[in-house]
Design a protein around this ligand. Structure first.
Ligand code: DAH
Length: 340
């Protein structure tokens, strides 16, 4: 009996060594110490023994039971500790590891780049930015700018009308009216934004494009101030070697009006196919703000003078980067942007 008891005990201890999980541990516990366990079975047979043997076996059985219980406890703790260690190991984050390095970086649209270059050059001259809504009143887009309802120049701008009073602005010039009506002069503004015209998209047309308006209001302004301002940002965008010139033109909102040319960015002014042999390329309109506009917006044209210009940011971007299809500027194709 004693031998059998020792065998059960040693056997249990050996199996315990191999136990890895809590459920295996419980199983073994039941198999040895449980109600129908091996050790319990031996104790049950004790009734048949002589008193002396019984005492001896009882003592040995109790010792074995205690020894086993302690060993089970110890194993249980070890298993729990190992599980905990494994959990912590799995959850560990090394915060010193470098991040995922290959996040592809985006690129700014050439429109953004060119706009910022112009803006920053103008901010250097004391300008601040101003913006207006894309859905605009006919009154601000046309009438206040000296284009009354019957003005023939209204036809030049194919307008998306929302209703007979509201439209998608065809240029950033309505912001001139908004600024003149709300700000206290003198001021100098750079006004960027999207504008809309009914146009079939092709290489040189887009129904939505980007303009940037400049507006300076002060007591004493001359055409020389306008020319100097334009020349400053032309050089900032295209480089010191590019020249600008003004050519007489007509806009209802300026008088006198001019068209701005820059020396051809392809041939440097000698004459090539891009500039049709003239050495110059047209980039924008400008002029001394028409006194009618100033008056329409509630200021005294005898006290306040203004000059303004309106640049097609698309056109400047196409010239600067040699882009021959304006639609590329609006498609957001990363392969195109990466080439710039
Ligand atoms: N608004 C004109 C256009 O969209 C551009 C322009 C020309 C703006 C002359 C001006 C200006 O402020 O003085 O074609």
């Amino acid at each position: 009996m004693l031998n059998e008891l020792a065998k059960i005990r040693d056997d249990a201890l050996a199996r315990l060594e191999k136990v890895e999980t809590e459920s295996e541990l419980n199983e073994l516990n039941t198999a040895i110490l449980g109600r129908n366990g091996a050790l319990t079975a031996i104790l049950r047979t004790m009734g048949k023994l002589l008193a002396e043997e019984r005492a001896q076996l009882g003592q040995a059985a109790n010792a074995a039971k205690q020894q086993l219980a302690a060993a089970f406890d110890e194993r249980k703790t070890a298993i729990a500790e190992r599980a905990e260690a494994r959990r912590i190991e799995a959850e560990t984050i090394d915060v010193t590891l470098p991040g995922v390095v290959n996040i592809p970086a985006g690129k700014l649209s050439p429109l953004t780049v060119v706009y910022r270059e112009i803006r920053d050059a103008l901010i250097g001259l004391g300008f601040t930015t101003f913006e207006g809504p894309e859905i605009e009143y006919d009154d601000y887009n046309f009438t206040k700018l000296n284009l009354p309802l019957d003005h023939p120049a209204r036809d030049m701008q194919d307008t998306f009308y929302v209703n007979d009073k509201v439209l998608l602005r065809t240029h950033t010039s309505p912001c001139e009216a908004r600024a003149l009506m709300t700000l206290k002069p003198p001021f100098r503004l750079v006004i960027p934004g999207r504008v809309f015209r009914v146009d079939e998209p092709d290489a040189s047309h887009s129904p939505v494009f980007m303009q940037m308006e400049g507006l300076v209001v002060d007591r004493n302004l001359t055409f020389a101030d306008l020319k100097g301002t334009i020349d400053t940002f032309v050089k900032a965008v295209f480089g010191e070697n590019v020249k600008s010139r003004l050519r007489p033109s007509y806009f209802p909102f300026t008088e006198p009006s001019a068209e701005v040319d820059i020396s051809c960015t392809i041939c440097g002014g000698v004459g090539c196919s891009s500039c049709k042999g003239t050495g110059w390329m047209e980039i924008m309109g400008c002029g001394i703000t028409n006194p009618h506009e100033i008056e329409n917006c509630g200021l005294d044209p005898h006290e306040w003078k203004a000059f303004a210009f309106g640049v097609g940011v698309d056109r400047v971007a196409c010239l600067k980067y040699g882009i021959n299809d304006i639609r590329l500027l609006y498609e957001g194709d990363a392969r195109f942007l990466r080439q710039l």
